[in-house]
Design a protein around this ligand. Structure first.
Ligand code: ZN
Length: 193
C-alpha cells in the first residue's frame, strides 16, 4: 500500500490538536522538591537545544565529518531503547493505518518536548520507504547557519523508529535543512543498499 503525496498524509484535524495538547499537558508533572519532570510517567529533562548543539559542535571540532555519524547512531540507539518503554503495542503493530496513528502520536510527543512539528509525507512500509518533514524545528534554529544539514540525531531517531516498527534495515537521510537555508527540514528513509 504505497501512498505518496507532496503534502501531508493527513486529513484536517479540527479539534484533535487541542485535545492532544490538553492530554499531553495534563500528563506533564513537575516536582521541584525532588527535581523531577515527568511526561506520561517517564522522567525527562528540560534543557535548551543549545546544550545538544554544543555536543554536536564539540564533536565536529574534534572528529570532523564523523560527528554526523555519532549523532545519527546516538539517535538510532535512543529510538531503540526508548520505543519499547513508550508502548508495548508498537512491537505488535501492523504496517497499516495503526502505525500511522502511532507515528502521529510520536510526532505529538516531539512537538510537546519542543522539537518542532513532524509530518509524514510518504508512507510505504512494505517497500521500507518513508519521508517526513519537520516544520518550526528548534534544533537547526539553535545550530545556526550551516553549509550542510545538521539534524543527524533526528535522522538517526527516525531510522531507529522505522527499524523497530517495521523490522527493516533502513537508512535515513536529511535532504534539506533549515540550517542550510531551506524552509523546512526534509528526510527520506530507504532500505539500506
Ligand atoms: Zn535540519
Amino acid at each position: 500500500m504505497a501512498r505518496t503525496t507532496s503534502g501531508a498524509l493527513e486529513a484536517p484535524r479540527d479539534k484533535t490538536d487541542e485535545i492532544i495538547t490538553d492530554f499531553l499537558v495534563g500528563n506533564l508533572r513537575l516536582d521541584v522538591r525532588k527535581g523531577h519532570v515527568e511526561l506520561m510517567g517517564h522522567r525527562i529533562m528540560l534543557f535548551r537545544f543549545e546544550f545538544l548543539v554544543a555536543v554536536q559542535k564539540q564533536l565536529e571540532e574534534m572528529i570532523g565529518d564523523s560527528a554526523s555519524s555519532v549523532m545519527y547512531l546516538a539517535g538510532e540507539r535512543a529510538a531503540k531503547e526508548v520505543l519499547p518503554a513508550m508502548s508495548d503495542r508498537i512491537r505488535e503493530v501492523l504496517p497499516g493505518r495503526e502505525s500511522l496513528v502511532i507515528l502521529r502520536s510520536m510526532s505529538d510527543v516531539w512537538a510537546m518536548i519542543g522539537v518542532g512539528r513532524a509530518t509524514m509525507t510518504e508512507f510505504d512500509p512494505e517497500e521500507g520507504r518513508f519521508a517526513f518533514k519537520i516544520e518550526h524545528g528548534a534544533y537547526p534554529a539553535a545550530y545556526g547557519r550551516s553549509l550542510k544539514p545538521v539534524c543527524h540525531m533526528w535522522a538517526g531517531w527516525a531510522a531507529g523508529v522505522a527499524k523497530t516498527m517495521f523490522a527493516r534495515d533502513v537508512v535515513c537521510e536529511e535532504d534539506g535543512c533549515v540550517a542550510a537555508g531551506e524552509d523546512v527540514c526534509t528526510f527520506t528513509i530507504r532500505p539500506r543498499p
